[in-house]
Design a protein around this ligand. Structure first.
Ligand code: ARG
Length: 247
């Protein structure tokens, strides 16, 4: 008798457990892009994009596990199926759209040029003959290249290394997404006060979560989640939390 009840309970737990188990996706983030994706003191991924994808997943009823993956090679890993989603402040570009699918946009940025405090430029053209650093294969580097101003462009594995070279006088400027520039200029203890943002590019960029081409099911879930995060106003709260502003 007892055995039968136990078995029935076991069967019930198993089948319901399965019905309730949410789909789980592995997310890759290059946690060197503060405050968008970075590592906490105990080395866990955190930041605006990290919170955003977790909130979107919760709202749309799926689970995510965020892993810290180096930027160089991050797109290759989603192409080969090592992980499902790249949540790494990836700007949606026409070039990238040829190879990957993107969710709806979740944030808007522009490129910002960071200079040592007290130095200024009026346009990218003023960087002629100067050494300009940025993270390898990011839109900041693309903007500098397309501007063709005759600057010497230096690509770094991560933007923190470029900032260190800027502070050490080895390069003249750093180009990166404006929230990241703001973080180094205002917030990060060892760099705040030593730098300033002197120029912002006019062209707006939009971040999207990146998936392998053709993963329609996953894109639908991501977009549903993004919509819910926007509709609830949680997106504004995350901007406030990580950027300390309301826009
Ligand atoms: N938004 C820029 C791009 O898509 C930079 C992104 C860099 N992200 C990172 N986590 N390092 O090219």
């Amino acid at each position: 008798m007892f055995r039968r009840i136990t078995l029935a309970l076991l069967a019930l737990t198993l089948c319901c457990g399965q019905a309730l188990a949410a789909d789980k996706y592995i997310v890759a983030s290059d946690c060197t892009w503060p405050p968008m994706e970075m590592l906490s003191a105990d080395k866990k991924p955190e930041g605006f994009s990290t919170d955003y994808i977790r909130a979107a997943a919760k709202a749309a009823g799926f689970e995510v596990e965020v892993r810290n993956i180096a930027w160089d090679g991050i797109f290759g890993g989603v192409a080969t199926g090592q992980y499902d989603i790249v949540a790494s402040s990836v700007t949606i570009t026409e070039e990238r759209k040829k190879q990957f699918d993107f969710s709806d946009p979740y944030y808007e940025v522009v490129q910002a040029v960071v200079l040592p405090a007290g130095k200024s430029i009026k346009s990218l053209a003023d960087l002629k003959g100067k050494k300009v650093g940025g993270q390898i294969a990011t839109t900041g580097i693309f903007v500098m290249r397309n501007a063709k101003v005759g600057a010497e462009i230096k690509e770094y594995d991560d933007v923190g290394l470029a900032i260190q070279d800027l502070l050490g006088g080895r390069i003249d400027a750093v180009i990166c997404d404006d929230p990241v520039a703001m973080y180094y200029v205002n917030k990060k203890a060892d760099t705040a006060g030593k730098l300033n943002i002197s120029f912002k590019a006019a062209e707006k960029e939009y971040y999207g979560f990146t998936v392998r081409k053709g993963r329609k099911d996953l894109l639908e879930k991501l977009n549903k989640g993004i919509q819910a995060v926007k509709a609830s106003g949680l997106d504004k709260k995350l901007v406030q939390k990580w950027m300390g502003t309301t826009n």
